[in-house]
Design a protein around this ligand. Sequence first.
Ligand code: FBP
Length: 559
Amino acid sequence: MTKLSPLQIERLKYQPKLPSSLQNGVNSLEMVEGAPTQSVRDQEQIRNLFSHTYGKPTVTFKSSTSSSSEVRNVGVILSGGQAPGGHNVIAGLYDALKSANPQNKLYGFLGGPSGIIDGKYVEFTDEFIDAYRNTGGFDIIGSGRTKLETEDQFQESLKVCQKLGISAVVIIGGDDSNTNAALLAEWFVKNNAGIQVIGCPKTIDGDLKNDQIEISFGFDTATKTYAELIGNIERDANSAKKYWHFVKIMGRSASHVALEAALQTQPNITLISEEVEAKQMSLDSIVSYMSDIIVKRAAAGKNFGIAIVPEGLIEFIPEMKSMIANLNDIMAELETDPSFLGATSMHDKFSIVERRLDDNNASVYSSLPAGIKAQLLADRDPHGNVQVSKIETEKLLIEMISSRLSELKSQGEYVGKFSAQSHFFGYEGRCAFPSNFDADYCYSLGYNAFALINFGLTGYLSSVRNLTKPASEWIAGGIPLTMMMNMEKRHGEMKPVIQKALVKLDGPVFKQLQDNREDWAMNDRYLFPGAIQYFGPSTVCDITTITLKLERSKELASV
Ligand code: FBP
């Protein structure tokens, strides 16, 4: 038998909390419809592409008298990057499904969306599910990033579902995975397949949100994990007083994770990609901004500090953004170009790329160190995204700042000593034991997903709101996936995708950083959040993120 850690043994016993509306099971619910919806942008194109699932109303659930429900087989997919709490979504879905009718079956597709195409699956049992309750990771069935979009893939998915008698599929994923869910839902309706598709909002990045989806699951646990690590580094820096620590923090595009981790730890420098873009800050001006703080701290005798760099920064620096967009188009062509594929050295590959890029973009590309140039050529993910986790922006900044400081030293404008350490926190947080918040939220999302299925809905995202209140007051319901969609360029073509929610520069969360960062730069106001606590006082164990609290308090104030 597998050996379990003491914490794992205790966490298996934790009973996640549910909103009161769901506490009597999905057979005791009434569905209340809201107003019809529109997509966030490009309404006409999205309506045309999703003519069978577009414009549906939002829904919420409230308790009602009990009824029976028909037998259903459901399939579930974990999709995209890992996020703490995925196992609890499946546990919640399983418990709801079995409580509605013990003959119901839940199948898990293996390895992400490819599992439904290739017919690779497992059937869940009580024993199977019980071993994964309240644990981190996606290892219960694995995950993947396969893009579902071709007729063949949809046909194969249909065959697999028909073979297993599956009438509903739940896709647990981020923006790209829920785009898959929307496309599959539309295709099933269009082809009278009789199979519903429901999404669940997952991603540590925290960029899958709107008024109805207050936060994606995993953000809470991941940010707390990174904040613990940053706090520890701050204490180390403040003890040794000899290093500048440059910490790149995950979040492929939006800087929510970096911002939340910064608010929890109060480092000396925090870059926010959205601000860099809005202020049109070039790489050079970012280097000047950071060097300036380093020089001032050195003048005050402080040759140490902590700088937070969001993972997606590079794509928000204007000259880089333009070059990467140009590069993405070229990469789509180069994938089949014999001279590029046959090039034997990286140097030759760089030359081919530079010849193809527009003049300005070519000079930006050629100015970069070879390591970064090579990282920018790495394969795009199946959804056409640059794999920013592989681009060492923190090291690029250290290199550039180091040479800037040498220049300043030679001019007598810098008196300090710059010794830097680089870190990348991303994978460390994606599979942590879910915090109490994520354990409860995920279980509720999964439970609620089955309620949406039971009411015959398709093309909906499971929504659980009012999250800063106790779980019993959370509001369960659903929103149409098409409501979050717009058109964006992917692999060189315009495609319908779920729009990412970026950091709002006029919002309360960014304002909190803005109001404090000058103070934090010079005066060491480090905060040490420590490890996530699972047992103990509620003031420590059940608190959620600063982001959610600030965003919700602003919304509540405006009601
Ligand atoms: P999702 O959007 O699928 O949740 O993934 C987000 C993320 O964790 C990003 O923060 C990161 O850039 C990316 O996944 C890394 O992907 P991979 O696991 O494929 O290296």
